[in-house]
Design a protein around this ligand. Structure first.
Ligand SMILES: Cc1cc2nc3c(=O)[nH]c(=O)nc-3n(C[C@H](O)[C@H](O)[C@H](O)COP(=O)(O)OP(=O)(O)OC[C@H]3O[C@@H](n4cnc5c(N)ncnc54)[C@H](O)[C@@H]3O)c2cc1C
Length: 442
């Protein structure tokens, strides 16, 4: 099984207790709960609350083992998976390597945006946002300060909306108190979307509710606004409009992960591998492809890249592998759609559960309970719940730590009307401008 994400883990669990040997391979030694990554990036959760060691998950499964390694190729003819650590042979293969950011060939997007697709990317983004505020405190140039405190999030799907809301709350609730000398009235949070509305898969009433809530949180939503180019100081939209921003976050799309060249394999939208209704690779009955990597057709549409799709497909792939082992025919996969949801901020969420549409507080509470239930491990659930409760009651984001290998880089050279810093300031000094943290910004 390639990939210890939602789909791969569901496959491994589905094979528990069966008379088969299971080998799980992943480039990381943890399972990552991606739906809460944006909370790591916005200083609410620690990495350990959204990532769980894969070997711990396998403790109670005697027929499963794990290898840390990156898959670089699959030799379908000789039934071998090649990794950066060496080859592995298989009788049955389940490919569940998920997806990566998709920049649609736009080099400036790839080079100049922050992602939200991995733990490392989420931590980099948290460090970067906190550093922008620290640098804004140093600079005496109002233009530089305005740019440092301007943020653009590209893509108003669930991830972009959730991060925009969380960033706005980080600034309004926590950073406002951390930086009492900074005028945060100038902070801009732009949410930029190429399509005509936010949260495209949701019903019209829920989209309108999300838009109203974002506006009340100070998020400026730009619709029908494809990004043409990302520059060092901002982004250029399709119609030539320029939005100033020192931080651009890419939530605009993903494409299927590649695990080498697979000759004869048909690729669908976003590089997903087109599979048979049984989730098997055409021409290779022993290979299953699931989750974000697979294009599973359901009538005229394809199943979305969502965790429940990956989980149900993983469970189904396990059942089909066992059927093949018994000499039976594999069954076609049927997805049971239980709904979609997103949160926008405190007391505000949207949940679409079949005909039931919940917005505001009801949507938010539904989102909380569903995500808590899906997290792996009792400790993670408990700590996450405590962190959420802590933030709710105290309006505090506890993980505001710039954690990087290197010390913080030197602030940019002072330009404009910066006053020299006085080193002798003591509490109670009469001169406001002699206080190091106030002088340059006033
Ligand atoms: C920020 C964010 C928020 C999201 N929010 C939601 C949400 O609220 N609800 C929802 O339903 N979905 C959400 N999704 C989508 C959801 O996370 C994915 O659809 C789901 O993770 C897909 O499961 P998967 O098993 O296909 O892949 P993943 O869960 O991504 O797992 C893939 C695994 O494969 C490993 N891997 C990749 N390439 C290799 C390689 N070459 N060699 C070895 N290992 C490899 C990866 O390390 C990873 O562990 C979100 C996604 C993101 C990025």
């Amino acid at each position: 099984v390639v990939g210890a994400g939602f789909g791969g883990l569901a496959t491994v669990r589905g094979l528990r207790g069966a008379a088969v040997d299971v080998l799980l391979v992943d480039q990381h030694n943890y399972h990552l709960f991606q739906p809460l990554l944006y909370q790591v990036a916005s200083a609410l959760l620690d990495p350990a609350e959204v990532a769980y060691p894969t070997r711990s998950i396998l403790h109670h499964q005697a027929n499963a083992d794990f290898r840390l390694g990156r898959v670089i190729n699959v030799d379908l003819a000789s039934r071998r998976v090649e990794t950066d650590r060496g080859p592995l042979s298989y009788d049955y293969l389940v490919l569940a390597a998920g997806s990566v950011d998709h920049f649609f060939g736009n080099a400036s997007l790839e080079e100049r945006t922050h992602g939200l697709k991995s733990l490392g990317a989420a931590l980099d983004l948290r460090n970067h946002v906190l550093r922008c505020f620290e640098e804004a405190q140093w600079t005496g140039d109002p233009v530089t300060r305005r740019r440092l405190l301007s943020f653009a999030i590209v893509g108003a799907g669930p991830t972009g909306v959730e991060y925009a809301g969380a960033l706005s709350e980080l600034i309004r609730l926590a950073l406002r108190r951390d930086f009492p000398q900074l005028d945060l009235g100038g902070v801009r949070v732009h949410l930029v979307e190429a399509a005509g509305d936010v949260l495209a898969p949701f019903a019209q009433s829920l989209r309108a509710s999300a838009r109203r809530r974002l506006a009340s949180m100070g998020v400026e939503v730009h619709l029908n606004a494809p990004v043409r180019e990302v520059r060092e100081d901002g982004i250029v939209l399709g119609d030539g409009e320029w939005l100033e921003a020192s931080t651009v976050v890419w939530c605009g799309g993903v494409r299927a992960s590649e695990v080498g060249k697979l000759p004869g394999v048909q690729l669908g939208r976003s590089g997903r591998i087109v599979v048979k209704p049984t989730l098997q690779l055409p021409g290779h009955a022993e290979v299953f492809v699931i989750g974000d990597m697979a294009e599973v057709r359901a009538g005229k549409t394809t199943l979305p890249m969502l965790a429940p799709v990956a989980i149900q497909a993983g469970e189904h792939a396990a059942r089909n592998v066992l059927a093949l082992c018994r000499g039976e025919l594999p069954q076609r996969f049927r997805y049971r759609d239980r709904g979609i949801m997103a949160t926008i901020g405190r007391n505000a969420g949207v949940a679409q559960l079949g005909p039931l549409h919940l917005a505001g507080f009801a949507g938010w509470v539904t989102w909380i309970f569903v995500h808590l239930a899906l997290l792996i491990g009792f400790r993670n659930r408990l700590v996450t719940l405590v962190n959420w409760g802590w933030e709710y009651v105290l309006r505090e984001r506890p993980i505001r730590i710039i954690a990087s290998r290197e010390p913080a880089p030197a602030p940019p050279p002072q330009t404009g009307r910066s006053a020299p810093l006085s080193v002798g300031w003591r509490p109670g000094d009469a001169s406001e401008t002699s206080r190091p943290d106030r002088g340059p910004t006033r």
